[in-house]
Ligand binder design. Structure first.
Ligand code: ATP
Length: 437
């Protein structure tokens, strides 16, 4: 697939996010906290819509998947069994002069990219955040913030299977925060130390895993197309043998063509029976499955599609960002899929004239019951359209003096800028038809 040139750079996205309240630097008034970001009013909506879309596609619309919402802090033995205590590390090199630290795999030279001085030999650095549980800070009380949500699905395999009586193949899904003490962070929300994941552990009969792996790779690629991301900005990349974890049989990344280049937004792995076997061994509890048809017990294999909320959100913003010419001016427009947009409808009375107020508030009250809606009566109508275009609002409803006579309003479309008039009693069905996928 040829590399596409992105027409937007990261600075434009960062600046739009700050200007319009999508994403702010964390603790900004104190100078910010490195690699931590706060989602503002519009970012929080967009994030919620992305997570809801994922949940709808992988839990709500499927018979074979159920969701859980597990604790971030887990028994420390979980991380021994999973291999994270021994092996969840990156090679770290440190500059002997400025002490800046780098992930060895991120840099190509033997000298410091910041000051040119010599670097130390690489040493392995564990990426898990450690803390203490309870008032006593000693080794017996060490716990970890989870570096992935996946382990909760493995340790709850038996609870979920026995309470839902699901038969193989079936999946457990979860959305939640994960924490990794990354050596190098950056590129805005692409690599941070606190982030959110949307993960599925899909349990299958051994021997059917290759087939299910192929199914999920395709399914997950199509999911991003369904999110409204342009197909030509998405690609699948198979992991080379030397990139695979020792237990993984195969892994594909879904990559997006970010301004920083093609980068991972999701990994899909065939993990075999590694996880359930390890937890059986470390906990002493059998985590197998009784196959009624074959009348035998075995440990299921697992396919893991693991996606990042923040990276998906960044891909959605980059992909939707557009500039065109409207009324002889450059217009910034976020062409987000309507159902994902933070604000779905804007109610814009033509002016602040008191005569328009009752009918405008009436329409606003009606629409906001069903959609995230903004009421805006400040400045010219043209400026207000631009403000809504820039945050991706797909439809603006304008109320003018004629509305007082004919009880009709205008719906203006973000992308085509076309306007149609509809009677107020038909506004809700008209909007509903537009949002229907
Ligand atoms: P990378 O190679 O970029 O560090 P990874 O392969 O370690 O990522 P996984 O462990 O497969 O990532 O995690 C699944 C998903 O979680 C990633 O595809 C990404 O979307 C998200 N993710 C992982 N680490 C981070 C991070 N530090 N910041 C933001 N999102 C992350």
């Amino acid at each position: 697939m040829p590399d596409q040139i992105q027409k937007v750079d990261m600075d434009k996205i960062v600046s739009l996010c700050k200007r319009r309240g999508f994403i702010f630097q964390s603790s900004e008034i104190y100078g910010g906290l490195s690699s931590c970001w706060d989602y503002g009013p519009l970012g929080a909506e967009l994030k919620r819509n992305i997570k809801n879309y994922w949940w709808q596609k992988v839990v709500q619309e499927r018979d074979d998947t159920v969701g859980i919402d597990a604790s971030i802090m887990m028994h420390p033995k979980v991380w021994e069994a999973s291999g994270h205590i021994a092996g969840f590390s990156d090679p770290l090199v440190e500059c002997k002069a400025c002490q800046h630290r780098f992930r060895e795999t991120d840099i190509n030279s033997k000298t410091c990219p910041d000051c040119g001085s010599a670097l130390t030999e690489a040493r392995m650095f564990n990426l898990m955040f450690k803390t203490f549980m309870g008032p006593v800070e000693d080794a017996a009380n060490i716990i970890y913030l989870r570096p992935e949500t996946a382990q909760a699905m493995f340790v709850n395999f038996d609870n979920v299977q026995s309470t839902t009586r699901k038969k193989l193949p079936f999946g457990i899904a979860q959305v939640g925060k994960s924490f990794r003490n990354e050596i190098t962070t950056g590129n805005f929300i692409f690599r941070t130390r606190e982030f959110e994941q949307m993960e599925i552990e899909y349990f299958v009969k051994p021997g059917t895993d290759v087939e299910w792996f192929d199914y999920w790779v395709k399914e997950r690629f199509d999911y991003y197309v369904g999110l409204g991301i342009k197909k030509e900005n998405l690609r699948l990349r198979a992991h080379e043998k030397d990139e695979l974890a020792h237990y993984a049989k195969a892994c594909f990344d879904v990559e997006y063509n970010f301004p920083i280049g093609w980068s991972e937004i999701e990994g899909i792995a065939n993990r075999g029976d590694f996880d359930l076997s390890q937890h059986s061994k470390y906990s002493g509890k059998t985590l197998d499955y009784f196959d009624e048809e074959k009348n035998e017990r075995y440990i299921p294999y697992v396919i893991e599609p693991s996606s990042g909320v923040d990276r998906t959100l960044l891909a959605v913003l980059v992909d939707a960002y557009d500039e065109d010419i409207a009324d002889n001016e450059t217009r910034v427009v976020l062409r987000i899929k309507p159902s994902l947009a933070p604000i779905k409808v804007a109610i814009l009375p033509l002016s602040r004239n008191q005569k328009l107020l009752p009918i405008s508030r009436e329409v606003y009250t009606m629409v906001r019951k069903c959609y995230m809606t903004q009421y805006d009566d400040a400045q010219s109508i043209g400026r207000r359209y631009r403000r809504q275009d820039e945050i991706g609002t797909p439809y603006c409803v304008t109320i003018d003096f004629q509305s007082l006579e004919d009880n009709q309003v205008t719906i203006r479309d973000r992308d085509s800028m076309q306007q149609i008039r509809v009677p107020i009693p038909e506004l809700m069905p008209a909007l509903e038809a537009k949002f229907r996928d």
